[in-house]
Design a protein around this ligand. Structure first.
Ligand code: HAM
Length: 403
């Protein structure tokens, strides 16, 4: 028997219902913030991710679903959404046009990781990307949106924030950090030794406890920010305080993708095990330029939908729509026609099998229909249909043509 690939899940109800409910909720809220829907290809040139997410990242270094297609192109399944949106933004010349452009998207992402609870090889993100606003006010709006989405779904969270500096302060900090690492070279793990050469700040979120003991003493980027980054970060904290959004500053929050500068944030949950990040994002003011576009400030985030599923509190299911049945074969064409008309406005479940009255009522209850409509011999002869409102418990027989 052929099985699904490791780390790639099928999704049936109730998970699929939660998934759908999540998309509806997040979409409604994103539109309230003025974001419009965007859809990008799943397959892109590998170079796009190498240049944006970064060759030193685990995503590009180890986790890409990469292959040569029949036209000899080096392509890969997207491991994340931001790079594709930025590519499209530049391709459509929106960078040259200027102004503010705000997009939301959702869909599958692919990373060849070691599967475990909350870590899949195919997973789904709901993402937001905003172009054209340099002020951290937009970062705060995005965080507010994420809070609105999580609140609407009844999900608790902890917000961690950090500043990753910019081209003014980051290089100097990196030099300081590398000098510190040089002094501890014999004690840090092999991964960190590799990171020191490729992207030193990634050492700060190393999962090795011994490394973390050493990095507690490492120079902090927070104390090495330039004036601009520092005042931006202060304003970010003030605006969050003002909006009563609780946060913690985590100076070791560096994110696993190389394109960030200034604001970085993550939402974590303590209810889902070790893969606790439910959403992450930040500012990436240099990326548009880096992918050959015109310099454009940008900020975004993505939510990992699978990690949220078990946390979503669904609204109480309400009786909804019609259940239509017949008591004999002759009534079948009539109920099909009635259903066709009713489906213009309502959900309709048709029971094809002839049944007695009591069994139809049971059937309507089982599918949680609001109305049970039945055609028996009398109704057929009179051109009527019997309808019961299963919530209010009223019933009536009405002409079929006004049903
Ligand atoms: P990311 O932190 O790599 O950011 O992913 C965002 C979220 O996707 C994570 O917080 C997590 O919930 C979920 N996720 C990541 N990997 C997996 C996995 N293997 N299995 C299940 N869920 C996973 C980004 O992807 C950036 N593009 C976010 C962003 C948008 N930054 C700016 N704009």
């Amino acid at each position: 028997m052929i099985q699904s690939l490791r780390g790639m899940n099928d999704m049936f109800a109730p998970d699929a219902e939660r998934f759908e409910y999540f998309i509806e909720t997040a979409t409604t809220i994103a539109k309230r913030y003025g974001f419009t829907y965007f859809e990008a290809p799943l397959l892109e040139e590998t170079a796009l991710f190498k240049r944006s997410v970064g060759e030193s990242s685990d995503i590009v270094g180890k986790e890409m679903y990469q292959f040569i297609d029949k036209g000899e192109n080096d392509v890969c399944l997207r491991p994340e959404g931001t790079a594709g949106v930025v590519r499209a933004f530049i391709q459509k010349k929106l960078d040259k046009q200027g102004g503010i452009h705000r997009f939301f998207y959702h869909g599958p992402m692919f990373r060849y990781e070691r599967p475990q609870k909350g870590r899949l090889r195919e997973f789904h993100q709901f993402g937001i990307e905003s172009f054209g606003v340099a002020s951290v006010v937009e970062d705060v709006s995005l965080i507010m949106m994420l809070v609105d989405i999580l609140d609407a779904l009844g999900i608790g969270y902890k917000l961690e924030i950090n500043s990753l500096g910019d081209q003014n302060c980051m290089p100097e900090y990196r030099t300081k950090l590398v000098s510190f690492l040089d002094c501890h070279d014999d004690k840090i793990c092999a991964d960190c030794q590799r990171r020191k050469a490729t992207n030193p700040i990634r050492v700060l979120d190393c999962k090795n406890g011994d490394c973390q003991l050493i990095y507690a003493e490492a120079p902090k980027l927070m104390q090495n920010l330039c004036e601009g980054c520092e005042s931006d970060f202060t304003l970010l904290k003030e605006l969050l305080d003002e909006s009563q959004i609780a946060y913690e500053v985590n100076t070791h929050l560096v994110r696993g993708l190389d394109y960030y500068s200034k604001t970085a944030f993550e939402f974590v949950s303590d209810e889902i095990g070790s893969q606790s990040a439910i959403a992450g994002g930040g500012r990436y003011d240099r990326l548009v330029e880096f992918l050959d576009g015109k310099e454009t400030p940008a900020v975004g985030f993505a939510i990992g939908i699978e990690r949220l599923l078990e946390l979503i509190k669904m609204p109480e299911p309400k009786r909804n729509g019609y259940y239509i049945g017949t008591m004999d074969e002759e009534g079948l064409p009539l109920i099909m026609k009635a259903a066709q008309a009713k489906r213009k406005s309502d959900k309709v479940i048709v029971e094809y099998k002839s049944k007695n009255f009591k069994n139809h009522l049971k059937g309507a209850d089982k599918v949680n229909a609001r109305y049970c409509a039945i055609i028996g011999e009398n109704e057929r002869n009179d051109g009527t249909i019997w309808v019961k409102d299963l919530e209010v418990k009223t019933e009536e027989t009405i002409p079929l043509n006004s049903f």
